[in-house]
Design a protein around this ligand. Structure first.
Ligand SMILES: C[S@@+](CC[C@H](N)C(=O)[O-])C[C@H]1O[C@@H](n2cnc3c(N)ncnc32)[C@H](O)[C@@H]1O
Length: 328
């Protein structure tokens, strides 16, 4: 209830004209969907992570602090309020950006899908991601999924997606990624301190599993390069080609909902053109993990030539655990 308590206090402070009102001045008419509360909480969390708000850091598990047990967390609120008052300009600078997360747990869904791709034809993989955020999941093949429903990767990996897979395990297949390319309209550079703080600040300070995965993925990103560009998905698609002797795999996760109708149509056209160009020697796969109209999120794979589309499994929005479809 850390953030629940803090948001209740924040609402009272806003009504009373306290530091919250000064920080949020000019933003109160923002639409609900823009996540003003997330932007505010992220901006304050960034102060704790960067050492600017030590009193608050003492209560945030993300900075080694100990959560307060008192009902309503009065001391945590006092420290939060102090951060709002002392870092008004810095926190306001966070209100001008959309929240930006890169959820490493979703790699469990993408990785399982990639195993299906490699099982269909064993070829090296050129990976392309649209809406890639910081491109952390372009390194999904370096992560580990332990557990009863199949295993993948080295248990010593800095990212272990514990119990990531349930149900019928994805087929055993060798994954060799030889290219990692991504695009995002607002990419975060995972190799900079600022980028690391930005990604970490939007994770709730008491979600230690997510924080551990993120920090592990940042370490891997520092060792495994990826070509991540600031561009819309249409531009990433426009520079995609297929290559003999390789799989070209286009993937995205929790991205499609941000596209307008025109952008969705561009994506569909780009995918169809790549599919039409595919050959047995230069196959193409389109793999995505996206919200389903029926609720939850689905892992869906289509491969060409042939255009064989199948729903492989489902998972909550943060990706863990993936429930793979049980074979009929
Ligand atoms: C919810 S985040 C998901 C990021 C990442 N795929 C993940 O699963 O962690 C959605 C991402 O889509 C990006 N985005 C939104 N519209 C886009 C577009 N038209 N082209 C490229 N990226 C876009 C946003 O900047 C953001 O990084």
């Amino acid at each position: 209830m850390l953030y629940g308590d803090l948001l209740l206090h924040t609402a009272d402070d806003l009504s009373a004209g306290g530091p919250t009102a000064q920080v949020l001045d000019g933003y109160l008419d923002d639409r609900l969907a823009t996540g003003l509360a997330l932007r505010l909480l992220g901006g304050v969390h960034a102060q704790a992570l960067s050492g600017g708000a030590p009193a608050l850091a003492a209560f945030y598990p993300s900075t080694g602090g100990i959560p307060e047990q008192a009902p309503g967390s009065p001391q945590t609120w006092a420290a939060f309020r102090q951060a709002l008052a002392e870092h008004r300009a810095d926190i306001r600078s966070w209100l001008g950006h959309p929240p930006q997360t890169n959820e490493v747990g979703r790699a469990a869904a993408l990785l399982g899908g990639l195993r299906h791709v490699a099982a269909e034809t064993s070829l090296p993989v050129r990976l392309v991601e649209v809406g890639a955020s910081a491109g952390l999941n372009l390194r999904a093949d370096c992560y580990c999924v332990p557990g009863p429903a199949g295993r993948y990767g080295d248990p010593r990996s800095p990212v272990v997606l514990a119990d990531g897979w349930q149900g019928d395990a994805p087929p055993e297949s060798r994954i060799e990624v030889i290219e990692r390319v991504g695009g995002d309209i607002a990419p975060v550079d995972p190799l900079t301190k600022d980028g690391g703080v930005r990604l970490t600040a939007y994770v709730w300070p008491d979600q230690l599993d997510r924080l551990e995965r993120l920090r592990g993925a940042l370490r891997i990103a520092a060792q495994v390069p990826a070509d991540l560009r600031a561009e819309p998905a249409s531009a990433t698609l426009a520079r995609m080609t297929l290559r003999q002797g390789t799989w070209t795999v286009l993937w995205h996760s929790i991205f499609r909902q941000y596209l307008n109708d025109v952008q969705r149509a561009e994506l569909a056209t780009g995918v169809a053109e790549l599919g039409a160009a595919a050959t047995p020697q230069a196959p193409f796969a389109y793999l995505h993990f996206e919200q389903s109209r029926a609720g939850g999120c689905r892992v869906t794979l289509t491969t060409w030539p042939g255009g064989w589309r199948r729903v492989l499994g489902s998972a909550p929005a943060h990706g863990l655990p993936v429930r793979w479809r049980v074979a009929d």
